[in-house]
Design a protein around this ligand. Structure first.
Ligand code: PEP
Ligand code: MG
Length: 766
């Protein structure tokens, strides 16, 4: 077998192991065998003890496992960890750092190769192979070890995290209490929430099925049996339908499937778990995954293939069970924290609004659309918590720290109290801001800054009016499209647009034409692409589908009849001809409607500047339309080449990057040269510091989520335009986003606006 297939096999097997012990054990056994060494061991770093502990071995004394450890500077293992690079020695005992571990029986071994196990830049541990003879491991062996270690690091981190939350009875539980375990993600909506986890399940993937108790054992048994029958029927139907076209051995596969389904070993095991109190999906997951592992471990390639069949069958049964259960979690606790593998805007509806206090997503990032919506509702959210073992969290208590992007599982009483104090502070700040509602957003030297809002959800309108919004700068029309089963008709669209326009009249309402693609999918219009953010998005889709575009524009125009406060905005514009074409279509719809007798006036039309191409042609665009609005969320991602949805690069997504600030300043200047108004509707406007910079750059309208409007108003009222301009000049001379961020925070504090930045959090205390 080639090294690559050995590697693949190890990774595949390890990724289905049930817990950390099994993961580590499999790794050492497989590597020892693949490399034909006498010893393979894993030391993992224990952050409580600050030591590398021997956690698994093949070849050293088993009694040493868990009992032998090295400090960060001790032994060659410590050196590998410290340098974060491999050490390859012909005779370890001759190395100056050698530290003899008597309990392991390692004195017989001379050749030593240790490679670090690194996950997200931090060293999780060290993987070691040893041999009796004096020899240096060759280059290809070293390369193999480095590759295996890099591939396994994520699996180890995940298994370790899962283990830690399952180990309240761990011998070190008392130590642990002093070190509350947290998972890092991206701070996506500020605020703190304490509550009970509700896991959202949508996809028929066995690995993502959460643990849940059976509320009604008889009902769960019944659900399982009918799912089994349904799958059996499906297989029989398919098998019959294909009978003429299949070879006999392929036909035989269906028989194998049917036999497996009838196998009492499988069904009994599942039913036993249900009777012991698990819901059907969890019992199915456990039994199927054990079988998958068993088949995977077999030497015979034919039997190994059966692993795929078992998994496939499991998935089929699961999808029937999920269909029956529906995606909705039935009884949500009072303070629910919704946790999902991939949080989508539509999932927010799974928990009743009055019970939803926090959101957590394993994937996604701060400017993912689910995060933007969470900010607008004002629900503390952490996205991109890559290592969160979310299927194990149902019913657990967690703290969501939406300021620093942390999720604490099973927090200690001390930590809970500290976060409750932060929540009390938050309430006091919010109460202080309430008085601003009817006051203008005016600087101390009398400059008036219009503050508008971004909307999408029905509830946004009322909330926005409550907070004193002066207009809508961005109505994300795709949001209502997303929570349906097919494209809404002209009549349906007309009604929802009319209610927005009416609620705000005579104040302006900016409706963006359908902006799907990227991370916004319509269930009834799937777009599958390798690179969705560089793909068929926004105006590109609607220009290719004039029937969708025209229906939408007609609905908008008709909705504006008699109100005349409509503005239409075009997303993701890259080229002049797109603007030309879109404006032509809007004019065509207008003429048609006027011919049909509607009293509609031509609305103001604007373009969004969201891609670098639009920055450099902004003056040309400004001449073609009535206004320009910057979508800084997308502009930041495209200028920095950082996917706004990818948690791995979330640390690189920086709205205050000097390049982004320069682009923003350029856009404002160039648009104003054409005498056209320039506004911004990306998330940057919702940040008090960002709002001051944008005001100083000459942006004439700031549009933001309604939740942040009072903070921004407070910042503007606390500063003079002149001061904001000097702040901008200073910031534009800095070359680092983090430095700029810090400086803005510090300035707000100096202005007496420290309460608008984040509060002091428990982990920042000495
Ligand atoms: C933006 O990109 O900044 C924007 C406002 O649009 P969206 O976030 O909906 O992509
Ligand atoms: Mg955008």
């Amino acid at each position: 077998m080639s090294m690559l297939s050995v590697l693949r096999k190890i990774v595949q097997e390890v990724s289905t192991a049930p817990d950390l012990e099994a993961v580590l054990d499999l790794i050492v056994r497989r590597i020892q065998r693949a490399m034909r060494t006498q010893v393979c061991s894993i030391f993992l770093f224990d952050s409580v003890q600050q030591r590398y502990v021997l956690r698994a071995t093949q070849g050293l004394h088993q009694e040493a496992v868990g009992n032998v450890s090295l400090s960060m500077t001790e032994g060659i293992v410590g050196q590998v960890g410290q340098r974060a690079e491999p050490i390859n020695l012909e005779d370890a005992s001759r190395h100056p750092a050698f530290h003899y571990l008597q309990a392991t029986g390692e004195e017989r071994f001379h050749a030593f190769l240790g490679v670090p196990i690194i996950h997200h830049r931090s060293v999780l541990g060290v993987l070691v192979v040893q041999q009796v003879e004096h020899r240096r491991f060759d280059e290809s062996e070293e390369a193999f070890m480095v590759t295996v270690s890099a591939q396994l690091a994520g699996i180890i981190a995940h298994a370790e995290a899962t283990g830690s939350i399952n180990s309240e009875q761990h011998p070190q539980a008392h130590v642990r209490a002093k070190h509350d375990r947290h998972f890092n993600g991206v701070a996506a909506a500020s605020g703190v929430a304490i509550g009970t986890v509700v896991v959202a399940t949508l996809a028929a993937e066995l690995e993502t099925v959460p643990d849940k108790p059976a509320h009604d054992i008889a009902a769960e048994l019944e659900a399982f049996r009918s799912a089994l029958d349904a799958v059996r029927d499906d297989i029989r139907t398919v098998s019959k339908g294909l009978a003429q076209r299949l070879h006999s051995e392929e036909q035989a596969l269906f028989d194998v499937y049917l036999r497996m389904l009838g196998d009492p070993a499988l069904t009994d095991a599942i039913e036993t778990l249900i009777r012991a109190g698990s819901w059907a999906q969890g019992a199915l997951r456990d039994v199927i995954l054990v079988q998958v592992r068993q088949f995977n471990a077999m030497e015979d390639p034919y039997l190994r293939e059966r692993a795929t069949d078992v998994r496939d069958l499991g998935r089929r049964i699961l999808s029937y069970l999920q269909e029956g259960a529906g995606p909705v979690s039935i009884d949500c606790p009072e303070d629910s924290i919704l946790v999902a593998d991939e949080l989508s805007p539509t999932m927010l509806g799974l928990v009743p609004e009055e019970k939803l206090v926090g959101l957590v997503s394993v994937s996604g990032s701060g400017t993912s659309h689910a995060a933007i919506m969470a900010r607008s509702i004002g629900i503390p959210t952490v996205m991109g918590v890559i290592d969160l073992p979310f299927t194990r969290l149902e019913g657990r208590q967690v703290i969501v720290d939406g300021y620093s992007g942390r999720v604490y599982v099973n927090p200690s009483d001390k930590l809970l109290e500290a976060f409750r104090e932060v929540m009390r502070e938050e309430r006091a700040v919010a109460a202080g801001l309430e008085g601003l509602r009817d006051l203008p957003a005016e600087t101390t030297d009398g400059y008036r800054m219009p503050l508008w809002v971004n909307t999408g959800l029905v509830a946004d309108v009322a909330r926005s009016l409550q907070r004193g919004a002066e207009g809508i700068g961005l109505y994300r029309t795709e949001i209502p499209f997303m929570i349906r089963d097919f494209f809404p008709s002209e009549q349906e669209q007309l009604q929802s647009y009319r209610s927005q326009l009416e609620a705000f009249a005579p104040r302006p309402v900016t409706m963006r034409t359908l902006d799907i693609g990227g991370d916004k999918a319509l269930p009834y219009f799937p777009i599958e692409e390798d690179n969705p953010f560089l793909g068929w998005r926004g105006i590109r889709v609607t220009l290719d589908h004039p029937e969708i575009f025209l229906v939408q524009v007609r609905a908008m125009l008709r909705a504006s009849e008699g109100l005349n406060n409509l503005r239409i905005m075009l997303p993701m514009v890259t080229s002049v001809h797109e603007v030309d074409e879109a404006v032509r279509q809007i004019d065509r719809a207008l003429l048609e409607l006027q011919d049909e007798g509607y009293q509609v006036l031509r609305p103001l039309i604007g373009v969004m500047v969201e891609v670098p191409a639009a920055v450099y042609q902004v003056r040309r665009f400004a001449r073609m339309v009535d206004f320009v609005s910057v979508g800084s969320n997308d502009l930041t991602q495209y200028i920095l080449a950082v996917d706004r949805n990818n948690p791995r690069v979330a640390g690189l997504y920086a709205a205050y990057h000097p390049a982004v600030l320069r682009a923003l300043q350029y856009i404002a200047r160039e648009t104003r040269k054409e005498g056209k108004p320039v506004s911004i509707c990306g998330e940057m406007a919702a940040d008090p510091g960002g709002a001051l910079l944008l005001m100083a750059m000459g942006y004439e309208v700031l549009s933001m989520n309604s939740n942040n409007l009072p903070r921004v108003k407070s910042a503007i009222r606390g500063v003079s335009l002149a001061r904001a301009q000097s702040l901008l000049n200073r910031v534009l001379r800095m070359d680092d986003a983090e430095e700029i961020h810090q400086y803005l925070r510090q300035t707000l504090k100096q202005l007496g606006l420290g309460q608008l930045t984040r509060p002091k959090l428990p982990h920042q205390n000495p």
